[in-house]
Write a protein that binds this ligand. Structure first.
Ligand code: PLP
Length: 382
């Protein structure tokens, strides 16, 4: 199989990820932060190590501000519900994933004012539109870092600056960029950064996290046992325990740690250059296919490494089915859980076919994808 669906979840994983997970299962298998025996301390060190690696990757000075979750969706919900209250105004964009859009629409019914700034047909956002949307009661700006439909990279540095100047919190959905495009939370003035562990960070499914900046105090969505301050009747204030109740996914976190070690040793800049080059060669190959339409900006630096296309008026799911069955190529098709983005670029009815490489994708994989699309186009025309 040629796997070009890394924007959904990355595969394959580095060998070290599988080994690290196996090691926890075989050698530790204990509950971190619960007691003082060798097993709990050993697995506790592993969890801390992954937290530290995440802090290093995102430029976070205090690793305890990294909170583990099961995926990006949980992290986004933790930030959104933990911060917004009736009467608050929140600004977002028309390119958001349902993991942002649905909680916001739910809160809108409960008296939170929601404003979605419109992006253009390539998914691009004008930061001036964010500035104009700010009101007296604006509490939070939340944007994706890169669209999972078009790959369009948002101007997060400018938005962070606008938010900070107005004393507003800024939350970034880094589902498509964590481990793919360098992120520095201090430089970009990000207060909340939600990320999955299972995509660009090369960890297993069931991992993700939220960076909670020093200016922010969230209401914890889940409360319970933290292994700390057990004498207290209320949730401890200390981080990360305030937001991490219940037994952690230690096996997954160990795997995520190994994924991070791989990324940091390979160099994020290097893998980003490689993946975006693969996308450029995919785009230039696909451009020659009759009937193709390619979405999003053309410039390499304006997109995350994913490419969405359509062939004529054919339903995207139909093409993806043929790619899989006739050519052994796995891609994502349909609306990618982001109907707002499809509405913005005009593909709500047809959806799009999305190709997303990883650092394990070869030039040959890309050439095969182009060849397959050419053959499908020829067949459709004939
Ligand atoms: C932009 C964006 N936000 C949020 C998510 C949700 O991520 P997860 O599946 O880790 O919850 C995704 C997943 O594809 C995404 O692409």
């Amino acid at each position: 199989m040629i796997y070009l669906d890394n924007a959904a979840t990355s595969w394959p994983k580095p060998e070290g990820v599988v080994k690290a997970m196996e090691k926890v299962m075989l050698d530790f298998g204990s509950n971190p932060g619960r007691g003082s025996h060798q097993g709990t301390l050993g697995v506790g060190r592993l969890v801390l190590r992954t937290r530290e690696l995440l802090a290093q990757l995102f430029g976070v000075p205090d690793p305890s501000r990294i909170v583990f979750t099961g995926n990006a969706t949980q992290a986004l919900n933790m930030g959104i519900y933990g911060m917004l209250e009736t009467g608050d105004h929140v600004i977002t964009t028309s390119m958001e994933h349902n993991s942002v859009w649905r909680p916001l629409k739910y809160l809108e019914r409960r008296g939170v004012e929601l404003e979605a700034v419109a992006c253009d047909h390539e998914g691009k956002l004008n930061p001036a539109d964010i500035q104009s949307a700010i009101k007296r009661n604006t509490k939070l700006i939340i944007t994706t870092h890169a669209s999972n439909v078009t790959g369009t990279v948002m101007p997060i540095e400018e938005i962070g600056k606008i938010a900070r100047e107005h004393g507003i919190f800024y939350m970034v959905d880094a589902a498509q960029t964590a481990g793919v495009i360098p992120i520095d939370v201090e430089k970009y003035m990000i207060d909340l950064l939600a990320f999955p562990g299972h995509k660009g960070l090369l960890g297993p499914q069931g991992t993700g996290g939220l960076f909670v900046g020093p200016r922010v105090t969230l209401e914890p969505l889940i409360q319970g046992g933290t292994g700390s301050s057990s004498e207290l009747e209320f949730q401890p204030e200390a981080l990360p325990d305030r937001y991490e109740s219940g037994t952690l996914n230690t096996v997954g976190i160990a795997g995520l740690g190994a994924g991070l070690e791989y990324i940091l040793s390979e160099g994020l800049d290097k893998s980003y250059q490689r993946e975006t080059l693969l996308c450029q060669s995919l785009i230039s190959g696909l451009e020659k296919v009759p009937g193709i339409k390619i979405y999003g900006p053309r410039a390499r630096e304006e997109r995350a490494p994913l490419v969405s296309v359509n062939l004529g008026q054919v339903d995207a799911n139909e093409i993806a089915f043929i790619l899989d069955r006739a050519f052994g190529i796995a891609v994502r098709s349909g609306l990618h859980c982001a109907p707002q983005a499809h509405h913005t670029i005009g593909t709500l009815r047809q959806g799009t076919i999305r190709f997303s490489p990883s650092s394990f994708t070869s030039e040959q994989d890309i050439a095969s994808a182009v060849q397959a699309m050419s053959e499908i186009a020829k067949e459709l025309q004939g």
